[in-house]
Design a protein around this ligand. Structure first.
Ligand code: TXA
Ligand code: MG
Length: 327
């Protein structure tokens, strides 16, 4: 690791956007909000900047990154969109969907960012701050979630600072991110396949395509991993998680969902409810932030109430299963 950087945190105004662009052009690392989670941005065409990004995150170099673009036209300079990919981009961009497509001939994104694969993950985020930075930068920006590898994804600037202070140049702060879970990743390399559930529910994608998404099991065995976001303990609090909990054991904190209290809720060390009214959209937005808070509560375990698996519930349960995975 090189000498610590003076990580600046700026409120997301015009000056901060200009500063972000200036630093990205110079090969710097800039965290900024997207509608899903905060991303850690680097110039996608700058190999050394991307190497520093991997170092700052402590991320295994075989994990490929998402290239963020301002719109569909910019995406088409990076990858080849078949009919399904074009349809999904048209329906959901800008928004929380990432498409994995074959790399276009002459794609300017550095090989390090795609981990040497002949495919590329692209997404056009809808967050106004991300849009402004992308438009002013005028090229693709790679941005993994702005956390140390293996930690929870950040939904506030404070989360980013806690993980990456001294390791990155700038954090553009625009409050909490509205969606709260990462983008849905769909591979369009033939039959469309769901690689990672996320901010766009599977059902919405299947409606847009007029058919079911393929199973990701086939993709999981690929080498190198096609979506290493699937690595077992990718989203890891220090406190063990106990899923599908209907009662609270002594010493546990409770991550609640919905209006019905868990049995023994009075003995919980701390209780946070993802959505007292049982709304999965609200629950996704609160997920990482509540997990971080409960992780700091000194409990023996975090009991997590059952969460329905429809809509955004699929992404929420995916992240919870990962957070609960043995390590
Ligand atoms: O919501 C999001 O997607 C956030 C914000 C910042 O945009 N970004 C994010 O990036 O979650 P990251 O790096 O944490 O996750 C990217 C996922 C990983 O699971 C990675 O393996 C997968 O996308 N991915 C990237 N390139 C791929 C490729 N060529 N083929 C298959 N999967 C790929
Ligand atoms: Mg991540």
């Amino acid at each position: 690791m090189t000498a610590p950087l003076a990580t600046r945190v700026s409120r997301a105004d015009g000056a901060a956007v200009a500063d972000a662009v200036h630093r990205l052009k110079a090969g710097g690392l800039v965290a900024f909000p997207t509608e899903t989670v905060y991303g850690l941005g680097a110039d996608a065409t700058n190999g050394p900047a991307i190497a520093r990004l991997y170092e700052a995150k402590g991320r295994p170099a075989f994990n490929p990154l998402i290239a963020h673009v301002v719109d569909v036209a910019a995406a088409q300079a990076l990858g080849r969109f078949d009919a399904a990919a074009a349809r999904l981009a048209k329906t959901f961009w800008p928004g929380p969907l990432t498409l994995v497509v074959p790399k276009a001939a002459g794609c300017p994104v550095a090989d390090l960012a795609t981990a040497g694969l002949d495919t590329i993950a692209v997404r056009a985020p809808s967050h106004p701050v991300a849009q402004k930075i992308l438009a002013a930068f005028g090229g693709p920006i790679v941005a993994p979630s702005a956390n140390r590898s293996g930690h929870l994804s950040p939904t506030t600037a404070a989360h980013v600072l806690a993980d990456l202070r001294g390791r990155i140049d700038l954090i553009v702060n625009d409050g909490a991110t509205p969606v709260g879970v990462e983008s849905t990743v769909v591979a369009c390399l033939g039959e469309p396949v769901l690689l990672r559930p996320g901010g766009v529910p599977r059902e919405a994608i299947e409606r847009a395509l007029g058919r079911k998404l393929g199973d990701r099991a086939a993709a999981t065995n690929a080498e190198p991993p096609t979506a290493p976001g699937m690595l077992a303990s990718h989203y890891a609090p220090r406190t063990p998680l106990r899923l599908e909990a209907r009662r609270v054991e002594p010493g546990e904190a409770l991550l609640a969902f919905g209006p019905t209290p868990a049995e023994g809720v009075a003995r919980a060390v701390t209780v946070l409810n993802l959505s007292p009214r049982g709304d999965l959209v609200e629950a996704a937005a609160n997920l990482f932030s509540h997990l971080r808070s409960l992780d700091g509560a000194g409990a023996t375990a975090i009991a997590v109430m059952p969460i329905p698996s429809e809509g955004l519930g699929e992404a929420i349960n995916d992240r919870l299963a990962r957070a609960a995975a043995p390590r």
